[in-house]
Design a protein around this ligand. Structure first.
Ligand SMILES: [Zn+2]
Length: 85
């Protein structure tokens, strides 16, 4: 039997150029070429906000800094805005 791995969102929100909802530009400062490898080959910093869960010690959702739309990190689906402590 194959090991079932936890599925991750097919969308990498830190790589999107703009918000899928409000189309705000998410591209921030460009990453210097010699540092891009550290960021997994990304060419610019993203303005998208990662929502961090201290208990689970991981990012659980992404949030658009402009319209506040929040996406579940695992499913990539829009979820109700999470209240940040
Ligand atoms: Zn947005």
């Amino acid at each position: 039997m194959a090991t079932k791995q936890k599925e991750h969102s097919p969308i990498d929100f830190t790589r999107l150029e703009s918000c899928p909802k409000c189309e705000a530009n998410w591209q921030d400062k460009p990453i210097p070429e010699d540092s891009q490898e550290v960021y997994g080959g990304a060419k610019w910093f993203s303005r998208v906000q990662g929502i961090y869960d201290r208990d689970r010690d991981c990012t659980i959702a992404w949030r658009c800094p402009d319209c506040g739309t929040t996406w579940d990190r695992d499913t990539g689906k829009i979820i109700p805005p999470l209240i940040q402590p």
